[in-house]
Each structure stands twice: as structure tokens, then as C-alpha cells.
Design a protein around this ligand. Structure first.
Ligand code: 0X9
Ligand code: ZN
Length: 303
């Protein structure tokens, strides 16, 4: 019952991933990273034609925010396209390895699927106080943690930063991937929705930019142009902090703590806020995919 152009349950996503790994065992490996707070196993999908070549790695994650369903759908579509190339050549895999984590926060994701009343849940589902559940995973990373754009109140449903950096098993799993492969990681993209923004560090402040901002800006604009050429809506390209400052994001951690040279948060879709119609996925996912091909081309060219 898995539908690549649909919104799938976490269980059917897991089955799909196992199936892809079985059907394409020459290029796909699943690496279990650990368990979510409620015990769901989170798996990293590693796609490579030559895992021993030391190729640059593109790391994409999705679904840290529970309600942003377009993001896991995009991550899964990227896996689908990288493994089902029409002419069998898989140009995107030449000289670049793709590591994809389609659902970082499966507990939150399943909670948003469980009833209409829960559809707009954002955080994890950990018990953080006597009365309230959940931490905003994208305020929980340990770089400039909690210096801006966060709530310290566990009952805040949007931006509670957590009791300490990396309090959540979900953010620790992403951190561990970055620490394990960080030296080879040349691009990190965290998929979110909504609004068609492609933003780069710093996220914790809008007062200044990293010295490399022009390279970050240029690559993002090329990606946006590629999506537009495919008929998609362009992305607004700027630093995350100039959009609005918020600390503890995964993009700043990848860039500032790990040293990943290109790091982005990509806010997919526009016009429907968090509830993007399932029927439109078959239109937008292929358009966005052209942007990821462009990311691959740029990374191959530079590294
Ligand atoms: O606020 C966020 O976490 C992201 N937007 S969302 O609507 N998906 O919640 C933007 C994060 C941008 N990056 C940083 N502020 N570090
Ligand atoms: Zn988000």
C-alpha cells in the first residue's frame, strides 16, 4: 500500500525502504541509527555506486517537524529516483554518495496521522515535564543553543528548545550521522515545509553572515533556477536568520560545529501551509527533484 506520490504511514515507509534495499542491494544500504523516544527504529538510507571511493556525501534529512508531511514525501521520492533511473545510468550517483534520512521524528509523524485534532503537531513526543510533551527538534541542536527564537517553556507547542542541547534521541541520531561522516559531507539539506524558502546559515542571528555566504547563496540560486525551469515555483534564497532568527537548528550545527561547507534548510511547497494536498505531490515532487540534481552537479563540480 506504499504510494510514492502519497503520504504513507511510518510502517509502510519502513517496508518500502527494506524493499528498496533488497531490490537494489548493489547500491543501497540501510544503517539503523537507533530508536525514537517511543521506540521506532530510524534508518539511514545510504545510496552509493562505490562506497569505498571516499566520494563527497550529500546528506538529506526530513520530518524533524511532525506536521510537515511534504518533507518525508520528498526524501522518499529522491530515494525512488536515485534507484530507478530510466536509462539505468544513474548519473546523479557518479562521484557522489547520497545519504538520506526520510523521517527523523517518527513519533511525531505518527501522532499527526492519528487524528485530525493532532494534524498540526510539530515537536517530538518525549516527556519533558509533568504536564507537557515534546521538544522542537530544530531548536535542540548544540550550536548556539537557545540564544534566539526559542521558548524555555515545555508547554510551548512550537519552539520549546528542550531541557538541554540534544536532549532528544532523534536529534542525537542526526548528530551522530554528521559526526560519523562529517569529513566527507559536503552538503546538508534539511527538508521542511512550507513557503518555498531555501535558507543557509546563520539561523541563530540575522545580524551577520558567514564569510562564505556568497557561495551558499549562489548554489541555492542555481537550485532554485533548476526547479523553476522544470515548471516549479522558485525558492526565496537568503540566510535563515535574516528570515527570522532561531537558534539550535540542524543547519547551523552542520555548518558551524561539523564544518559541512554547504548547509541548507529547504521549505517545500506554498499555498496550503502544512496541509499540502496529496493529489499535487505527483506535480511538485518531480519539479523539486530537478533542484536536487542541480545540487548533485554543483557538489561534483566543486569537490
Ligand atoms: O523554524 C524552523 O525550524 C524552520 N521553519 S519551519 O516553518 N519548518 O519550522 C526554519 C529553520 C531555519 N534554520 C534556522 N533557524 N537555524
Ligand atoms: Zn519545519
Amino acid at each position: 500500500n506504499f504510494n510514492i506520490y502519497g503520504y504513507n504511514s511510518f510502517a509502510s515507509i519502513q517496508e518500502y525502504l527494506e524493499d528498496v534495499a533488497r531490490r537494489h542491494s548493489d547500491i543501497v544500504k540501510l544503517q539503523p541509527l537507533g530508536n525514537s523516544y517511543q521506540g521506532r527504529t530510524v534508518k539511514l538510507v545510504k545510496i552509493s555506486k562505490n562506497p569505498n571511493a571516499g566520494n563527497p556525501i550529500i546528506f538529506i534529512d526530513a520530518g524533524i517537524h511532525a506536521r510537515e508531511w511534504a518533507a518525508p514525501a520528498m526524501a522518499l521520492y529522491i530515494i525512488h529516483r536515485l534507484t530507478n533511473h530510466p536509462d539505468g545510468r544513474r548519473k546523479e550517483l557518479e562521484g557522489v554518495d547520497w545519504y538520506i534520512l526520510p523521517v527523523v521524528n517518527p513519533d511525531g509523524y505518527e501522532f499527526t496521522r492519528s487524528s485530525k485534532a493532532n494534524r498540526l503537531w510539530r515537536k517530538t513526543r518525549s516527556k519533558t515535564s509533568t504536564n507537557c510533551l515534546g521538544v522542537d527538534g530544530n531548536r535542540n541542536y548544540g550550536y548556539k543553543w537557545a540564544v534566539s527564537g526559542v521558548s524555555k517553556d515545555p508547554c510551548n507547542k512550537e519552539t520549546y528548545a528542550g531541557p538541554k542541547p540534544f536532549s532528544e534521541p532523534e536529534t542525537r541520531m542526526v548528530r551522530n550521522v554528521m559526526m560519523q561522516y562529517g569529513q566527507r559531507m559536503k552538503l546538508y539539506v534539511s527538508l521542511h515545509s512550507y513557503g518555498q524558502y531555501l535558507v543557509y546559515p546563520w539561523g541563530y542571528t540575522g545580524d551577520f553572515l558567514p564569510k562564505e555566504w556568497q557561495k551558499l547563496d549562489k548554489m541555492a540560486k542555481r537550485v532554485s533556477a533548476a526547479v523553476q525551469s522544470a515548471g516549479g515555483a522558485p525558492f526565496k534564497v537568503l540566510s535563515a536568520g535574516k528570515w527570522y532568527a532561531a537558534a539550535g537548528g540542524s543547519d547551523d550545527f552542520a555548518f558551524g560545529a561539523i564544518g559541512v561547507p554547504y548547509s541548507y534548510t529547504m521549505e517545500l511547497t506554498d499555498g496550503y501551509e502544512f496541509v499540502f494536498p496529496e493529489s499535487l505531490l505527483r506535480i511538485v515532487l518531480p519539479q523539486f527533484y530537478e533542484g536536487f540534481k542541480e545540487f548533485g552537479t554543483q557538489i561534483k563540480r566543486e569537490f
